[in-house]
Design a binder for this molecule. Structure first.
Ligand SMILES: [Zn+2]
Length: 669
């Protein structure tokens, strides 16, 4: 096949695939079968493989392309991304309408849409092609998240229109996660021992912040387009009509959009959706009401904070009253102990509620919540509803004040609450409530770096009772592991090798691996530099610990409590016997890096960022991830991000990789 022929066919295939994408992901009305679609896609991949010079960034095959980013570039919003004023009542809506009519001196039409609880983004098109996507940020500057937005299948990479004005447009929308996907993600996170997201909006925001588009693609984000920030041209006069044209151009426009002739129709819409919104597959927390005509908007203008021609209406949070039967403690994967209200089951916005969070000890005291009380519970977009208050008029005198226990309900060990912290914690490394997450941390890269000890295997090993604490890992053998389902002899051998190799890890990694509360890799370094071996550290006093620059009171207390536990001391003895290093061999160099803070931005050519940071640590310096006045050096690699700009602004010393290498050359071995 000749180049020209291939080029033609590729162009045709892309057009077809884009169109079918639109039918499937935007309109939900496919006209071909999945099989036929796959054939088209495969053919395109095949041709692009043969003619890689024909691959363009807007090809449907490039949705999940590119390498993970180091950081996001900052982009400026030419048209500010303002937030809207919020209203909470019918009166406030009428008041808004009066202001608008007064400003215009004539009646006005409103466009009204549901307010989806997601993350606001801006999308820019040039010559019909998607060229830039950004977060709102502070409204003036946002992050360039083009790569991540491309993974959303309903974001058109190329528009299906010939209208010049529409082909060069900025649109804004809401990236959201469906309720179903949100639950799925949280379930997976829980299984892996990762913290769960509080609500779909948090989950969507967290996902857009991921630097690896491949990870973003797995989360199945979606988008609704709802705003055209500027009139695209003289013959597009109405926002509503322009949005409808954009629908034909390939955008997934927010559904249930209506053009209302007056504010009364808006109020009718508001009432209609108040309860009906629970049936939708995404979270809706209110409405957005906008003056429809572009010219009218121009006349009304803006305040400093928001447009005068638009307003948001928020539905009230939903509440119910029920009896608090008991308060139980729940131990999270990190040892955090949270009180949970056990309730007389009560229906609330479509589900039956029998548990609610009480947050922490202080909240219970502050709200004076007693066992036997009638309590008000509230459900927002959160997973677990919360107790917001007590109906004191219904007290009989038999209610019991709750006393926070001092033992972990799961393992029975003493729990601690540190000065200045709200939560009680179980610090037992072998606590069954925490052991899975603790082992994953223990095996992680900066800790013991045991490749192959992932969540699926850890779940099995713990559930079968084979691994009950870290030292059990060093008792594993090939036979035990290969007998586990789906684990061949070869991978079992690899894992045993990785476990064996982990014994060579430095004391600092071992200390970090233990998972002492608030002791990250930096604190581990400070402690290792000071104490050199575990025995000295175990016997250190609070004064000795807090005397170290960088170790605060909370961290120090956490360390002391950790070593108070006989179980933890026994664990360390066992790990010593297994052959792990609990002392340093080398003395950290008294080099030019001592006590200097380093920030890296952009890509280094001679090492990864993690390696560079480890080197800084080893030589007595402190790597940091953000630039401040206290930063001593910013090391700039190729394609530096916003940290470089910030360093310039703050006047921090900026050096390149060569200079950094020169600084450390006498110390690097
Ligand atoms: Zn425990």
């Amino acid at each position: 096949m000749k180049f020209e022929e291939a080029k033609k066919e590729i162009e045709k295939l892309r057009k077809e695939i884009n169109y079918h994408n639109y039918r499937y992901y935007v309109l939900n009305q496919p006209v071909i079968s999945d099989y036929e679609y796959d054939q088209l896609y495969k053919r395109l991949v095949e041709l692009e493989k043969r003619f890689p010079e024909l691959i363009t960034p807007d090809s449907p095959t490039q949705r999940v392309g590119g390498e993970p980013l180091k950081e996001f570039k900052t982009v400026e919003h030419k048209i500010k991304m303002l937030s809207l004023d919020n209203t909470y009542s019918e009166e406030e809506l009428l008041e808004f309408d009066r202001r608008v009519k007064k400003g215009l001196g004539r009646p006005v039409k409103y466009e009204v849409t549901l307010k989806v609880d997601g993350v606001a983004v801006a999308l820019h098109y040039k010559d019909g092609k998607f060229v830039l996507g950004a977060t709102r940020g502070d409204g003036i500057h946002g992050d360039d998240i083009t790569q991540n937005l491309k993974t959303i299948k309903s974001v058109p990479l190329e528009l299906l229109t010939d209208d010049k004005e529409l082909k060069n447009i900025e649109v804004r929308g809401e990236v959201y996660l469906s309720k179903k996907n949100f639950e799925k993600i949280n379930k997976e996170r829980e299984e892996k021992g990762e913290p769960i997201f509080a609500n779909p909006r948090n989950a969507a925001a967290g996902t857009l912040k991921l630097l690896d588009p491949k990870e973003v693609a797995k989360r199945n984000l979606d988008i609704f387009i709802h705003t055209i920030p500027a009139q695209p041209g003289p013959h597009h006069k109405s926002h509503f009509e322009t949005l409808n044209s954009l629908k034909e151009a390939g955008f997934k426009i927010i559904p249930h959009i209506e053009l209302c002739n007056d504010i009364n129709e808006v109020i009718k819409y508001m009432k209609k959706w108040e309860n009906k919104r629970d049936e939708l597959e995404y979270e809706v927390d209110g409405l957005v009401i906008k003056v429809d005509n572009f010219e009218d908007r121009e006349i009304l203008g803006y305040t400093i904070k928001s447009p005068r021609w638009a307003i948001a209406y928020k539905y009230p949070a939903r509440q119910a009253i029920t009896k608090l039967k008991d308060i139980q403690l729940q131990v999270g994967r990190t040892g955090r102990v949270t009180p949970v209200a056990i309730l007389e089951p009560v229906p609330l916005s479509g589900t039956t509620i029998s548990r609610a969070t009480l947050h922490n000890e202080d909240e219970i005291r502050r709200k004076d919540i007693r066992i036997g009380d009638y309590v008000i519970i509230e459900k927002g977009g959160e997973v677990i509803p919360k107790v917001v208050g007590v109906v004191k008029d219904r007290r009989t005198g038999k209610e019991k004040v709750f006393r926070f226990p001092d033992k972990c309900p799961v393992c029975g060990e003493k729990i601690y609450r540190l000065e200045g912290e709200a939560d009680w914690r179980c610090v037992n490394s072998s606590c069954p409530a925490q052991i899975k997450a603790a082992i994953l941390h223990f095996a992680s890269r900066q800790a013991m770096d045991i490749e192959g000890l992932g969540s699926v295997l850890v779940n099995k090993l713990v559930d079968l009772g084979i691994v009950r604490s870290f030292d059990d890992i060093y008792k594993l053998d090939v036979k035990t592991i290969s007998e586990l389902e789906r684990m061949g002899e070869k991978s079992a051998q690899n894992l045993i090798n990785a476990i064996e190799k982990s014994k060579e890890r430095d004391f600092v990694n071992v200390l970090y691996a233990l998972g002492i509360p608030n002791v990250g890799i930096n604190a581990s370094n400070l402690l290792v530099n000071e104490f050199k071996n575990i025995d000295k550290l175990m016997n250190a006093s609070l004064e000795q610990l807090t005397a170290i620059q960088g170790i605060g009171e909370v961290v120090a207390e956490g360390i002391i409590n950790y070593f108070k536990s006989p179980k933890n001391r026994r664990l360390i003895e066992n790990l010593k016997k297994a052959g792990l290093k609990f002392e340093t061999e080398k003395i950290v160099a008294e080099g030019p890096l001592k006590n200097k803070t380093f920030v890296f931005t952009g890509e280094l050519s001679s090492m990864t960022r993690e390696e560079a940071q480890a080197l800084v640590r080893k030589l007595g310096g402190h790597p940091s991830s953000s630039v401040s006045k206290n930063t001593d050096y910013v090391v700039v690699g190729s394609q530096p991000g916003s940290k470089y700009e910030k360093a310039k602004k703050l006047g921090v010393k900026i050096i390149d990789e060569q200079e950094f290498l020169r600084m450390i050359k006498d110390f690097k071995k």
